[in-house]
Write a protein that binds this ligand. Structure first.
Ligand SMILES: Cc1cc2nc3c(=O)[nH]c(=O)nc-3n(C[C@H](O)[C@H](O)[C@H](O)COP(=O)(O)OP(=O)(O)OC[C@H]3O[C@@H](n4cnc5c(N)ncnc54)[C@H](O)[C@@H]3O)c2cc1C
Ligand SMILES: NC(=O)c1ccc[n+]([C@@H]2O[C@H](COP(=O)([O-])OP(=O)(O)OC[C@H]3O[C@@H](n4cnc5c(N)ncnc54)[C@H](O)[C@@H]3O)[C@@H](O)[C@H]2O)c1
Length: 468
């Protein structure tokens, strides 16, 4: 006999686990999360948190070396990195996060089933359990939270090159002599700085004309300059044609740069060229779930699939590419399930903030100038160099700037970007003003403690040109 549940999640990513935990804990209903490999999903195991852990280890090494050279620290031996200890620190953190997840499962009453889940029909899931058994489960609601994986571009020789994705890179116990990174997106850029600071020679190959293509050009230009000053090498307009050799020993990538022959040989290769949704293996098509051309699950504004009791959240639906947006997906689905006739939230018009965790951080919310121009939205622009954020001077971290786009017709904030220390922590005050439709003067009027990074907001808003 199948076991019946109120809600089942295939995959234990952010939204799926939170939906099940919350329904079991607050409504006392029976839920279960089916997880094939990573308890709690990618974020705590192989993505956000381990990569930030690596960046932090790298920042310690970088800071120690920088201040030994400046004479502030007197260390008689050269500062060298112990990569096994770097990995161990990361592994310990991950272990603690898994224990935390297991205890939340126990505390919430939601069941964790270890195995591969496959959708059979709108109400049935078959699980090939890790203990060798097969279980048939039925549910009123099913959540697809299967995430995404690294895209391996179809370049001859690439798939057979023993390449690293983020998962394998985070398990390295040696510093690569020379790491070549395919892709200058979020993953490529964060790992480029981390591995450079840990001592690797780093070359980033990007097929487009610049790094982080959705970010304004003045911002990416400044960020690239900072990373280049630390020794990261960028090659843009690269059309790769073949890969020879093996990552781990010697690997050569060749093709064209601006139409001319180009090749690079390195000891290791990291592929960070985008993501593909995990929607090709969980019986979705066979069960009648509609997919988009790019393989994402098709959903409506409440993340509902074409089967009304089946929802798709996180990366598998293509609507959220970050853990915090996954958390918002959880709120949308949870609230929809409670109030299907008047759902309070949807994916329409929600803010999508982002932070890139390099040093300095790059944080953004709302419209970029690129997007404002593309949508013909009139705006007023204010920019302030990081040197004017006095706190940055106390930390030798004066590279970067902040910029804000203010509506041309009223005083509301359209967009905000900061490249500077703790930039991610500087988003929420502006986000709140944006969400509430407040004028920028409301922030300018605040008494903000000195010398905090947010103190600079007053000076930034002072530079907003008057309305015409
Ligand atoms: C290197 C890296 C760094 C990142 N850094 C950040 C960051 O700093 N901040 C941020 O907000 N976002 C970051 N992200 C993005 C973030 O990790 C994801 O958006 C987030 O994990 C949400 O993913 P998800 O819930 O869609 O899926 P996932 O977290 O990937 O969870 C899906 C789970 O489903 C399981 N699964 C798949 N199919 C099945 C099946 N059939 N049966 C059972 N289980 C299955 C998988 O094993 C996996 O555990 C980063 C991503 C990467 C790769
Ligand atoms: N701090 C964060 O929030 C954070 C950190 C890491 C990852 N993430 C998330 O993970 C997701 C995936 O990141 P990603 O960096 O893999 O993908 P991406 O799509 O952001 O960037 C991939 C880059 O690789 C380039 N590329 C693709 N194929 C190429 C090729 N053949 N040759 C050269 N360049 C090529 C693309 O032009 C693009 O610039 C992002 O959506 C991001 O939101 C978030």
């Amino acid at each position: 006999m199948p076991t019946h549940y109120d809600t089942l999640s295939i995959g234990s990513g952010e939204a799926g686990k939170l939906i099940c935990w919350t329904r079991s804990k607050t409504l006392g209903v029976k839920t279960a999360v089916i997880e094939y490999k990573w308890i709690g999903g990618s974020c705590p195991n192989i993505a956000c948190l381990p990569s930030k852990n690596l960046l932090f280890s790298a920042s310690i090494v970088y800071t120690a070396q920088k201040y030994t050279q400046s004479g502030l620290l007197k260390i008689s031996e050269p500062v060298e990195v112990n990569m096994q200890a770097v990995r161990e620190r990361k592994r310990e953190m991950v272990k603690g996060l898994i224990e935390m997840h297991e205890s939340v499962f126990t505390g919430s009453g939601s069941e964790l089933i270890l195995g591969l889940g496959g959708l059979v029909d709108a109400h049935t899931v078959e699980v090939s359990c890790h203990d060798g058994s097969t279980r048939i489960l039925t549910a009123d609601n099913i959540v697809l939270c299967t995430g995404s994986r690294a895209l391996i571009p179809p370049i001859p020789g690439l798939a057979a090159s023993n390449l690293l994705t983020h998962t394998e890179l985070l398990e390295l116990d040696v510093v690569p002599e020379h790491l070549v990174i395919l892709g200058a997106g979020y993953i490529g850029i964060e790992f480029a700085q981390a591995m450079r600071r840990l001592g690797a020679q780093v070359t980033v190959l990007e097929r487009g004309p610049r790094i982080l293509k959705s970010v304004d050009e003045d911002v990416t230009f400044a960020l690239q300059e900072i990373l280049e000053s630390e020794g990261v090498k960028f090659e843009t307009m690269i059309g790769l044609e073949k890969v020879e050799g093996q990552s781990g020993t010697s690997v050569t990538l060749s093709g064209k740069k601006n139409g001319k022959p180009y090749s690079v040989t390195a000891s290791h290769l990291l592929v960070a060229g985008g993501r593909v949704p995990n929607t090709d293996h969980a019986g979705l098509k066979e069960a009648g779930i509609e997919l988009t051309e790019r393989g994402h699950v098709k959903v409506n504004e409440y993340l509902q699939t074409n089967l009304p009791n089946v929802f798709a959240v996180g990366g598998c639906s293509g609507n959220s590419q970050s853990t915090h947006m996954g958390r918002d997906d959880f709120r949308i689905v949870s609230q929809y399930l409670l109030k299907p006739n008047s759902p309070p939230r949807s994916i329409l018009s929600r803010e999508v903030p982002s932070t890139l965790y390099t040093s300095p951080e790059l944080a953004h919310v709302g419209l970029t100038e690129l997007a404002a121009k593309a949508s013909h939205t009139p705006y007023r622009l204010a920019k302030l160099p990081m040197t004017a954020f006095l706190r940055s001077r106390t930390m030798d971290a004066t590279s970067g700037f902040a910029k804000v786009l203010i509506s041309a017709t009223d005083d509301t904030i359209l967009g905000y970007t900061v490249l500077g220390p703790s930039a991610g922590e500087m988003l929420p005050v502006v986000q709140l003003a944006m969400a509430e439709g407040l004028s920028y003067q409301k922030i300018e009027d605040l008494v903000i403690t000195h010398p905090s990074m947010n103190e600079g907001l007053g000076s930034l808003f002072e530079k907003v040109p008057p309305r015409e």
